[in-house]
Design a protein around this ligand. Structure first.
Ligand SMILES: Cc1cc2nc3c(=O)[nH]c(=O)nc-3n(C[C@H](O)[C@H](O)[C@H](O)COP(=O)(O)OP(=O)(O)OC[C@H]3O[C@@H](n4cnc5c(N)ncnc54)[C@H](O)[C@@H]3O)c2cc1C
Length: 358
């Protein structure tokens, strides 16, 4: 055997799993691209907002809190502010309930972010419990731990075939063939394709595109200490980023797995929704991109051994929460693979298990 554990995918899911599993046995991580984090993990908004998503996602995000705060410089304070027009007050209250936000007046919101238009913004909902994640530092930190325990992390190693053997798996890649006892499927948008390659039943994951623009700091303001701004119901968002602003239309457009790119029309419509709430027009884009947020049918991560093929482990469906859940998700993966009692509660383990799909 080349490895006890073969991980397919070099995004945050695969690399964090490599760090945890390297303590349990030999790890080989196979990534098809030239570098780690080429797809979703290189394209995120890099926010840790633990109250975002379905209840089991929130559970995993909260369970990640201790790891994040034990890392030097990975998190920095951001805060968030959802803003509403007069006719959106009911929806604003629903957002505030769902994400544990405090309601404020339009004037208070405009005082927090000087480009908000007081003629339009009539209410807000805010919280401190949101942090920027240094996603590169987080991922490289996991990679360092993995390599420190002897894990092999191979890029340019696209998996093209998977065969079941008596002792586990034989995996064909562009860089050669490898054998391993347990296969960890952390292939992001491609998880169902990897399952099919291995003869495992796909679970119906859906990749959804989300586009992003970087624009110059509006009106030349110092944006560094502004909170992340959201439109009610996540119809757009804007986040300070290295002296500029990221603006996303926050779309969820179903796509086949591919190297995603921004849709100009969708981007323009999203920028218009943002511009409707502010006094500074968008004069130019510095750059734009898109990534795929891949969801299970119930929008909850899938972590556990396949029901029919226990040597095949799912670490999938990270959706829009792959970074903020990665410490607890990778810990759970290692706990389940090691056969030790998971650190998180049994009902949460069950909610994340592939067994929920029968
Ligand atoms: C615009 C946007 C904003 C986001 N904002 C946030 C945020 O603020 N906070 C947050 O926590 N999350 C956010 N996310 C979500 C987060 O980025 C993802 O959940 C996370 O990156 C998914 O990680 P992953 O490792 O599962 O997938 P990926 O990063 O896509 O990695 C999967 C890897 O598997 C590789 N692969 C696939 N098939 C094969 C094969 N056959 N052989 C070898 N390699 C293969 C791919 O090349 C890829 O590198 C955002 C996502 C987007 C797109």
């Amino acid at each position: 055997m080349d490895a006890d554990f073969i991980i397919i995918g070099g995004g945050i899911a695969g690399v964090s799993a490599a760090a945890r599993l390297a303590e349990l046995g030999s790890v080989l991580l196979l990534e098809g691209e030239d570098s780690l984090a080429h797809h979703a993990s290189g394209r995120s908004a890099a926010l840790y907002e633990p109250h975002y998503g379905a209840a089991p996602v929130v559970g995993l995000s909260l369970a990640s809190h201790a790891y994040f705060f034990a890392q030097k410089d990975v998190l920095s304070p951001r805060g968030l502010l959802t803003v509403a027009q007069g006719f959106e007050m009911e929806a604003l209250r629903a957002d505030a309930d769902a994400m544990n936000l405090t309601l404020i007046t339009g004037e208070q919101a405009c005082a927090m972010v000087p480009i908000l238009n007081p003629d339009v913004v009539k209410g807000g909902a805010t919280a401190d419990h949101a942090w920027d994640i240094d996603t590169d530092l987080l991922l490289q930190g996991f990679a360092k731990v993995a390599r420190g325990h002897g894990a092999r992390i191979m890029t340019k190693s696209q998996v093209t075939g998977i065969t079941r053997t008596t002792g586990g798996w034989s995996v064909a890649t562009k860089a050669g063939d490898f054998t391993g006892a347990t296969l960890i499927n952390a292939a992001g948008a491609w998880v169902d394709q990897v399952a099919q390659m291995a003869g495992v039943r796909p679970l119906g994951f859906q990749p959804n595109r989300r586009s992003m623009a970087r624009i110059p700091a509006p009106g030349g303001h110092d944006v560094r200490h502004w909170p992340m701004l959201f439109g009610v119901g996540e119809t757009w968002y804007a986040k300070p980023d290295a002296g500029a602003m990221l603006v996303s239309p926050a779309e969820e457009h179903p796509m086949q797995p591919h190297d995603a790119f921004a849709d100009d029309l969708v981007l323009a419509e999203g920028l218009a929704r943002y511009e409707a709430m502010v006094t500074e027009p968008v004069t130019r884009l510095i750059t734009s991109w898109a990534g795929l947020r891949t969801f299970a049918p119930d929008r909850v991560l899938v972590i556990g051994r396949d029901v029919r093929e226990p040597a095949f482990f799912w670490l999938a469906g990270q959706g829009g929460y792959g970074f903020q859940t990665s410490p607890a998700a990778s810990q759970l993966a290692a706990d389940l693979i090691a056969g030790r009692p998971p650190e998180i509660a049994p009902d949460l383990v069950a909610a994340l298990s592939p067994a929920r799909f029968g």
